[in-house]
Ligand binder design. Structure first.
Ligand SMILES: [Zn+2]
Length: 469
């Protein structure tokens, strides 16, 4: 009967789950804006021929991402299958143009997207193929922000290694043990070591599309963890760092926050960030992996909760990283002063804090750090949330915080000290740092919260086109 069929169709329709699009990422009550940043690099080998291919892959990747729900489900299997075939073809064409090392990995990625190799297997093969390539390509699932989605959504990234910066990074790594001896002496914690130096490729982002181009953006990816492959040994992981994105974020977001909120011996605009940001992130990266002989805190996440645990982790990485950066061996290699590094860290704290200490590890860490510094008299915060700082006290404060964190986490027998530290300095405890956060939310809503990329062709986009009468 017609009527019966109709009602069955209705009930099937009613029971079908609608595709879930992404939930809002930023808190709805805040205002958000983007600053525009131009990307203008090219691959080192055959750049002119490779660029059109990269842009085509980016456009196909946008289309691919648009076909996915927030759970990564494909809304049109046939359209997705055609796109995957075309992207695999494009990647193979690209591989024929670039250097051999990069080509080998791009061919693996082509095989991956065409379904010729399991995704996890592919990322493992890439991780085991040695030094990261000069041209980094990702064309597949990426997990961006934990609160946004934990599912890998289609993304495209092309990034070219900056050989001069890579050489500097290698020098920093070679003197990591000397830097650690300096940190030990500073905070009185013997036996510090970094068991494995995660490879880090220092690149400039050339093109990004799909989920990776959503807001907000990362300047680093942890591979292959961010490709949705978990549970790997440290030796099978590496960091893809996009230095031009980090620099752009500093100029677009950090500087305007710091200009209003900081009063110290060096303005954020005078910081030589082209020299300080790479060592800063390298120090932070190693800081995550510092251990002392009694380190046992890997299993604390359950007791402390994931975000507080992450906030502690990020604070540890920040303070150890900072102390490595101001060690003599690292200052010599970076060619900057201790004050340059202090001003970098101070300004960047604001950027992180502003993302909301209740939401993520990095802002939670910024809150702990700033709270510790102000509550112990190393910096001052006035009633309007303005921060006054000086080099000597800031460095003493970071060393004191490193000692406190070492005692309560890295070298602690249990998590009680960490709980106490978080209760005193962590969100949502009312410290003077809250005034700075409120000042940002009240007065600095015009400062971008994210950046958007563009590339221009040779023809200016705004050139007048004659309109026929
Ligand atoms: Zn970190």
């Amino acid at each position: 009967m017609l009527e019966g069929k109709g009602s069955r169709e209705m009930s099937e329709l009613a029971s079908r789950k609608p595709p879930q699009l992404l939930s809002s990422f930023w808190p709805l009550e805040d205002q958000h804006g983007v600053g525009h940043v131009r990307l203008d690099g090219e691959p080192a080998t055959n750049g002119a021929a490779a660029m059109p291919l990269l842009l085509e892959l980016a456009a196909q990747s946008e289309a691919m991402r648009s076909l996915q729900t927030a759970e990564g489900e494909e809304l049109s299997k046939s359209a997705a299958s055609v796109l995957r075939g075309e992207m695999a073809e494009g990647l193979r064409e690209l591989a024929a143009l670039v250097d051999d090392e990069s080509a080998e990995i791009i061919r693996l990625r082509a095989k991956g997207i065409a379904g010729g190799i399991d995704h996890r297997e592919m990322t493992l093969e890439i991780a085991r193929s040695g030094r990261p390539p000069a041209l980094e390509i990702v064309c597949g699932p990426l997990c961006t922000w934990r609160m946004k989605t934990r599912i890998g959504l289609h993304s495209f990234l092309a990034a070219a290694r900056d050989e001069a910066q890579q050489e500097l990074l290698d020098q920093l790594d070679d003197s990591l043990d000397d830097a650690l001896r300096a940190v030990e002496a500073e905070i009185g914690a013997p036996g510090m070591s970094v068991p494995f130096k995660l490879p880090m490729n220092v690149t400039d982002l050339l093109v990004s599309a799909g989920e990776a181009a959503g807001h907000p953006k990362h300047f680093a990816y942890f591979m292959p963890e961010d490709e949705g492959v978990d549970g790997l040994a440290l030796e099978e992981q590496r960091t893809l760092y996009m230095r031009n994105v980090h620099l752009a974020r500093y100029s677009e977001i950090t500087i305007p926050l710091a200009e209003t909120l900081l009063d110290g011996p060096m303005a954020a605009t005078d910081v030589p960030v082209k020299a300080t940001l790479m060592p800063w992130i390298r120090g932070h990266d190693h800081g995550h992996n510092v251990v002392v002989p009694s380190t046992t805190y890997d299993s604390w996440m359950e007791t402390l909760g994931i975000e507080p645990f992450m906030a502690l982790q990020e604070a540890i990485a920040d303070v150890y990283g900072f102390l490595m950066c101001i060690s003599d061996p690292w200052l010599d290699i970076s060619g900057v002063s201790r004050l340059d590094m202090c001003a970098t860290h101070m300004a960047e704290l604001l950027h992180y804090l502003r993302r909301g200490p209740q939401y993520f590890g990095d802002p939670g860490a910024a809150y702990v750090e700033l709270s510790f510094l102000v509550e112990n008299g190393f910096v001052e915060i006035d009633q309007a949330g303005r921060i006054s700082w000086n080099e000597e006290d800031f460095c003493r404060g970071m060393a004191a915080l490193a000692s406190a964190l070492t005692e309560s986490t890295v070298a602690a027998a249990d998590e009680q000290g960490s709980e106490a530290l978080l209760a005193r300095y962590g969100w949502p405890t009312e410290t003077a740092a809250k005034r700075t956060l409120e000042a940002m939310q009240r007065e600095l809503t015009n400062v971008p919260t994210s950046i958007a990329f563009y590339r221009t062709s040779d023809v200016p986009a705004a050139e007048n086109v004659p309109v026929p009468a």
